[in-house]
Write a protein that binds this ligand. Sequence first.
Ligand SMILES: C[S@@+](CC[C@H](N)C(=O)[O-])C[C@H]1O[C@@H](n2cnc3c(N)ncnc32)[C@H](O)[C@@H]1O
Length: 249
Amino acid sequence: MKFVLSLAEPKQKHRAEELLLTNHCVFEGNPSLDAKLTLDEFGLGIHEPNMWNQPAFYVDFTSMDIRTGAGNISRKQPLARAVGRQSEKILDLTAGFGSDASLLAGMGYLVDARERHPIVYALLQDALDRTAQHPVYAEIVAERIRLQHQEANSVGPSFLRAFDAVYVDPMYPPKKSKAAPPRRAQILQYLAGKDLDQDDLIRWVRTHAKRTVVKRPRQAPPTLEEAPHHQVESKLVRWDVWLNQSSST
Ligand SMILES: C[S@@+](CC[C@H](N)C(=O)[O-])C[C@H]1O[C@@H](n2cnc3c(N)ncnc32)[C@H](O)[C@@H]1O
C-alpha cells in the first residue's frame, strides 16, 4: 500500500517533514490502489483508494462534546472508572486517532500517547496541533496530550511505572455486522490492520504497570489467562483492569 502526498503549496514540505511524513510517502500513485494524503492550509487529510475526489477525512477534536456533569468528559463515565478516578497521569500506548486520549484529556487527565503507524501518527499529531490553536479546545484537549511516534514496547518498564494507569486498546477484528462501520473506523482498520503482537504487549504492560487497562469489545473472550481485578462495562465496550499495587483506585 502506498501513500501519495499532495502538497497544496511547496512551502508545506516543511510541515510534511515536521509530521515525519516524507519517509513514508511518494508523490505519485494509482488512485484505485493507493491512499492520498492532502496537506493544505486546513491541515492533513486522507482519501482512501478510489475516493481521491471525495472530501478528505481529518481527525478533529474541535466538535467534541465537552459538557461536564453526566456528559462525555465526566469522571462518572466508565472510562474514568477504568483508569481510576483518582489517577492523574495516563500512558496511552495505542493512540490511534485519539478518541480515548481526547476523552481522558477532557476529564482532566494528563495523557502521554504513543502510536507506531506513521500515517495514523501524522493524522493525529496534525489534529492535536490544530486543536492547540483553538480558543476553547487547546486547554481542554491539546495541552493535556503529548504524542510520540513510537513502538509501545520501546518505552521501557520503568517508564510504564511512572504512570497511574497504562491504557491499551489494540485493533480488534471488524464486526460481522451488516451496517458499515464509521469512516474513521474503516480508515484506521485500513491503515493499522491487525495488531498481531497485542497479546505480548498486554502481558508486558501487565507485568510492569501499576494499573493496566485493556479496552475490548464487550463480548470479547478473556484478555489474559489471569482474570482481571476489575471489569468496567459500557453498552459496547469492556475494560479489563489489573493492579500491581494497592494504592491504585
Ligand atoms: C484500536 S486503535 C486505538 C484507538 C484509540 N484508542 C482511539 O480511541 O482512537 C489501535 C492503534 O494502536 C496502534 N498500535 C497497536 N500496537 C501498537 C504498539 N505496539 N505500539 C504503538 N502503537 C500500537 C495501532 O497502530 C492503532 O493505531
